[in-house]
Design a protein around this ligand. Structure first.
Ligand code: ZN
Length: 699
């Protein structure tokens, strides 16, 4: 009720609720109230995915029917038929959409949406915790464009945002909409008893420090729940792991009559109808077990399950809470089990439960002024409405002071044209089409099955495609395995055919890094720390064939694909000549020590920033051409970076201490996957050497 009062008094708000209960009323009630009083009033709802907007449609339709109100609610997304679009534009009181559609389908055609923009009273942004990193930085720019269009049509809408539990909901909301926001924290939904278990698989080889596979242990735990008819969700970190776990689970429950055939896999890259069917099966209980990537950690309605098994630490505290939150009932007890893998990050978390339970969920970070991202949206904005001479893009503290310079640059490029005091769009292309909000790459690779009749079975993003659908890769989808016959990178197509494979493939990548610019450099005890702009080239070189179940290496093959270049930001630690002298290490030992330090830092770093382990990559160089010193780089995977490396620079000392602590606590003798890496990778003295090196910096 506080939420509703605040909204009706004209304030922007962000509502934090741990579950869906009651959340939607916070925006539906004030919106409906306003529309009933003023039938001209309009509202725009934004959800991160189509699936979420569909859920929302049902709920608001029910509400409108109950109230017997004449309020028209429509979904407007990629699936909306052309014939229906005109009616939605003119008559829809509430338009339910997503950021991508707003960006490509609504803003560029604002002249067709005059009714909406002239009368827009509310903009609802649900699930804002999803808008971090690249996606969030894009959304902030889309909102800038939206506000700009509203100003043009003379409206000044209010924002209602909703978030799951994160450390900085108010700050994130204010960064997204660039205006003051009131925080309303309603963490108090009633719930049944809940158990949270941290499980570290037993050590099976003490000398090498190898633990039982987290995949197999997760399977065993999930299998027990399923055998007792307990609806269970299993989260795995990668799409490959999801498919492997599903395969194992389906085989292991085959003899349980009531469970066989009721375990499914779920991840991005499946076709929409396939995903909808699984969501429905979970809601009505037909599906008993689902193995998923983090695609299901978001608010998609699958009902409340009783058990959640996380195969590997999800990467951030916020994600872990969200995944664990999938299990939870109003009355019954529920359980969440975190099964640690042998990665250093997992081992750090599982050995420091206090770190997890006492720390606030991470801050969600966005960088609306990331040059690449902002520039694309200035182009889109110029297409929508010409910029005036004194106009600046953005609002409040984040307003882009460099707007005139950027516009001038775009004129030089022949994209804009200055006339009568305004910058006009003059290129023939349509800028929004070339900009995807979801990741750095603008397109996906389509996966085509040619076993029988040609059919599309899924998609994969352009950047990771070389790792998963290179020629001769085994592509896993649902219960099936496919052989990749040809990967056509130019046309973004991968042709596959179904095979019975007893192995899967794992691609290896080679990288090189060049420093382009140093933003900040400081001396430290053992040398220095810095962050700046870098260029990284990567090329997949070969793949390994890994046998299902035993996980033994049964062969390899080459991958022949061109290099990918990435301009991004990196943080680095360098070790000076004094340090090297003190340690008296040979070149080889130093190389091994650096590999160990890079492994540990790369795995500990995500703990200190709101990042997925996959968002950053560490790279050791025995003699970096730039620093001329032994250096460990950690770079961001997204073009331009989103500010993670600056945070790493600030967290430097804490990270070094955490890395030392992790190595010292690890029970292995000479290095293992849980600390610096196995001796095969870092050498027999790798663990000792890495520790010595780190002690020089922060011991
Ligand atoms: Zn170890």
């Amino acid at each position: 009720s506080t939420a509703i009062e605040k909204v009706l008094s004209g304030q922007n708000i962000v509502v934090v609720t741990p579950t869906a209960s009651g959340k939607t009323l916070c925006y539906n009630l004030p919106v409906l109230h306003t529309i009933l009083q003023d039938p001209q009033a309009r509202a725009l709802y934004l959800f991160p995915t189509k699936a979420l907007s569909q859920d929302q449609m049902h709920e608001i339709h029910d509400l409108v029917t109950q109230m017997q109100a004449d309020v028209k609610v429509y979904t407007f997304d990629g699936d909306t038929p052309q014939s229906a679009r005109k009616a939605i534009r003119s008559a829809g009181h509430i338009v339910v959409s997503n950021p991508d559609m707003l960006h490509q389908g609504i803003l560029p055609h604002h002249t067709l949406w005059i009714k909406l923009f002239e009368n827009l009273k509310y903009i609802v942004i649900d699930e804002i915790h999803h808008y971090r990193g690249v996606f969030g930085s894009h959304l902030a720019n889309v909102i800038r464009r939206l506000r700009r269009i509203c100003e043009f049509y003379g409206s000044n809408p209010q924002f209602i945002c909703c978030s799951a539990t994160i450390a900085n909901p108010k700050n994130l909301a204010e960064k997204l909409i660039e205006a003051p926001v009131e925080l309303i924290d309603e963490n108090g939904a009633p719930s049944g008893e809940k158990h949270f278990i941290f499980y570290n698989p037993p050590v099976v080889n003490a000398e090498l420090g190898i633990r039982a596979s987290s995949v197999k242990e997760s399977q065993k735990i999930a299998q027990r729940f399923l055998a007792h008819g307990i609806q269970t969700i299993i989260f795995a970190r990668s799409r490959n792991r999801v498919e492997i776990l599903t395969k194992y689970l389906q085989e292991s429950v085959r003899r349980h009559q009531n469970v066989a055939g009721r375990v499914k896999s779920y991840r991005g890259g499946y076709l929409p109808q396939e995903r909808r069917a699984i969501e429905k099966g979970l809601r009505n209980g037909e599906i008993l077990g689902v193995v998923s990537t983090n695609a299901l950690e978001l608010g998609i309605d699958i009902g409340q399950l009783r058990a959640c098994v996380m195969s590997g630490y999800p990467g951030t505290i916020a994600s872990t809470w969200q995944q664990a939150g999938r299990a939870g009932r109003k009355v019954d007890a529920s359980i969440a089990v975190l099964v640690a893998s042998s990665s250093p990050l997992d081992q750090y978390i599982i050995n420091h439960p206090e770190f997890f339970f006492q720390r606030d969920p991470e801050s969600a970070m966005i960088d609306p002024n990331n040059l690449l991202i902002m520039m694309s949206h200035i182009k889109c904005a110029a297409f929508e409405l010409p910029f005036t001479e004194s106009e600046k893009f953005g609002y409040g503290d984040f307003v882009v002071d460099a707007t005139p310079d950027i516009l001038e640059y775009l004129q030089e490029k022949g994209v804009l044209h200055f006339a009568d005091g305004k910058w006009h769009w003059m290129a023939e292309t349509y800028p929004a089409e070339a900009v995807s909000l979801r990741s750095a790459s603008t397109e996906n690779v389509v996966i085509i099955d040619r076993t029988a009749e040609e059919r599309v079975i899924g998609e994969i993003d352009y950047v990771t495609a070389p790792l998963y659908v290179h020629q001769d890769a085994i592509y896993m989808h649902g219960t099936e395995t496919y052989h990749v016959d040809r990967f056509d990178w130019q046309r973004k197509k991968a042709y596959v055919h179904q095979v019975e494979s007893d192995y899967y493939t794992d691609a290896q990548v080679k990288s090189n890094l060049k420093v382009l610019d140093v933003f900040k450099h400081e001396e430290t005890r053992a040398g220095g720390k810095a962050y700046g702009e870098v260029s990284v080239t990567t090329v997949p070189t070969m793949y390994k064939k890994i046998k299902f179940r035993t996980h033994e290496n049964v062969g390899w093959g080459p991958i022949e694909l061109p290099e990918l270049e990435l301009q991004t930001t990196a943080y680095w630690v360098e070790f000076d000549a004094d340090t090297r002298e003190k340690l008296a290490m040979s070149q080889d030992e130093l190389g091994e020590a650096l590999k160990g330090v890079a492994n540990v830092l790369g795995h500990v770093a995500p703990v200190f920033i709101m990042a997925d382990p996959g968002d950053i990559i560490s790279l050791p160089m025995v003699r970096s051409p730039f620093t001329d010193l032994p250096t460990v780089y950690i770079y961001e995977r997204y073009p331009g970076g989103v500010g993670l490396t600056q945070k790493l620079f600030q967290a430097h000392s804490d990270m070094i201490r955490a890395a030392i602590d992790l190595i010292q606590r690890c029970g292995c003798e000479t290095g293992c996957p849980s600390c610096v890496g196995p001796p095969l990778e870092v050498g027999e003295r790798g663990k000792e050497a890495a520790l010595q090196l780190l002690m020089q910096e922060g011991g």
